[in-house]
Ligand binder design. Structure first.
Ligand SMILES: *[C@@H]1O[C@H](CO)[C@@H](O)[C@H](O)[C@H]1NC(C)=O
Ligand SMILES: *[C@@H]1O[C@H](CO)[C@@H](O)[C@H](O)[C@H]1NC(C)=O
Length: 365
């Protein structure tokens, strides 16, 4: 008798706590019906009425059972052994706007399935709790919703490796909690918003391989926490703001393959925290300043394919460490200094200059 009572109350309790709200349930079922994932069958787990238990990738708030996370990552599926270069689409279909009914969602990750197409549902900007939006590695087209700035809690916006077009919406600067912005490898055009520096929480800004034009906004140098900046493979012009070299935690700077001109700011070569710098394939001119010191530490510095001239500064030999240095395809002239790091570098680091000589080049001085 007592046992029966216990079993019944436990079952009731479980039903009350675990059952997902009907609105969330129908939103998830509509989301599922717009997608096809034939390899793992993960949507086979999306059956029954309790979306909070054993639904692959779905988690609910433990107190009131509202759906708070939908996390479907193709890349983390070892069983698929996803090869980044393969053309196989592991999930196809599109992102149903029904997902927007999950109004308590804090995390929406549907990444690296390669085949999801269609647009980012415009209604996603109504999520008032969303902290992570990651749709990397699909074939999403269309534009970033113009009112993306309404996502006041957003910390991570990652839509890299898709086919997104249009501009970076000006409202993006209202995402005051944004820490990671990755729009790499899309077809985004127009300029980087001049007031991007308002995003003071950002630590990574990755905009590589798009069709961005205009200048590097000076305001970006006001982002105190910025550690990684990648603007490579765009059509950005103008000069490199000298203030980039005085950013306190900047450690990687990729500006390669743009249309930057003017001289390399001395501050960039002197910044002790900056240790990966690629300025290759621009139209940078002038001399390489003789400003290196025993605190200079670069894992990689690539200045190749520019219009730099003069001699290679002797102070480079005083650097604490230079892992990779590429000065090829410029107009440098004169003797390559002897000693570290030059003794470890290959001739290809110096090829294509006007009149360099000495080891590792075969041309004797
Ligand atoms: C996305 O872009 C790639 C390469 O540019 C192209 O092969 C593919 O067809 C595009 N997909 C869509 C859905 O437009
Ligand atoms: C620097 O950028 C150029 C141009 O985008 C690229 O070809 C090169 O591999 C990069 N250098 C390194 C060392 O990654």
């Amino acid at each position: 008798m007592e046992t029966t009572y216990l079993v019944v109350t436990t079952a009731l309790f479980a039903a009350v706590v675990n059952c997902c709200p009907p609105a969330d349930l129908s939103a998830l079922l509509a989301f599922k019906s717009a997608l096809t994932e034939p390899y793992l069958g993960i949507f086979n787990t999306w059956t029954g009425t309790d979306c909070c238990t054993n639904w692959y990738g779905v988690s609910c708030d433990p107190t009131d059972s509202h759906v708070i996370h939908v996390i479907l990552r193709g890349e983390s599926e070892d069983k698929l052994m996803i090869d980044k270069t393969s053309q196989i689409s592991y999930m196809s279909g599109s992102l149903s706007p029904s997902v927007c009914s999950l109004d308590r969602l804090t995390t929406l990750i549907v990444s690296d399935w390669k085949g999801i197409s269609g647009e980012i549902p415009a209604c996603i900007t109504s999520f008032s709790h969303l902290r992570i939006l990651d749709l990397t590695g699909n074939q999403i087209t269309g534009e970033i919703p113009a009112d993306i700035g309404k996502l006041g809690k957003l910390a991570v916006l990652n839509i890299a490796d898709n086919n997104i077009t249009g501009n970076i919406p000006p409202s993006i600067v209202n995402l005051r909690n944004l820490m990671h912005l990755d729009l790499s490898n899309n077809r985004i055009s127009g300029e980087i918003p001049a007031d991007i520096g308002k995003l003071s929480m950002m630590s990574r800004v990755l905009l590589k391989q798009n069709q961005l034009t205009g200048k590097i906004p000076t305001s970006i140098t006001k982002i105190y926490r910025l550690a990684d900046l990648d603007l490579s493979m765009n059509q950005i012009s103008g000069t490199i703001p000298a203030e980039l070299g005085s950013m306190p935690v900047l450690s990687t700077l990729y500006l390669d393959n743009n249309q930057l001109y003017g001289e390399i700011p001395v501050s960039i070569l002197r910044n002790a925290g900056l240790n990966i710098v690629n300025l290759s394939s621009n139209s940078l001119v002038g001399y390489l300043p003789d400003v290196f010191t025993p605190t200079t530490y670069f894992s990689m510095i690539d200045l190749s394919h520019n219009e730099l001239k003069g001699s290679i500064p002797a102070s480079l030999t005083s650097a604490k460490y230079i892992g990779h240095l590429d000065l090829s395809n410029n107009h440098f002239c004169g003797a390559i200094p002897a000693g570290s790091p030059f003794e470890q570098l290959e001739a290809s680091s110096f090829s294509g200059n006007d009149c360099l000589c000495g080891t590792p080049l075969t041309r004797v001085c």
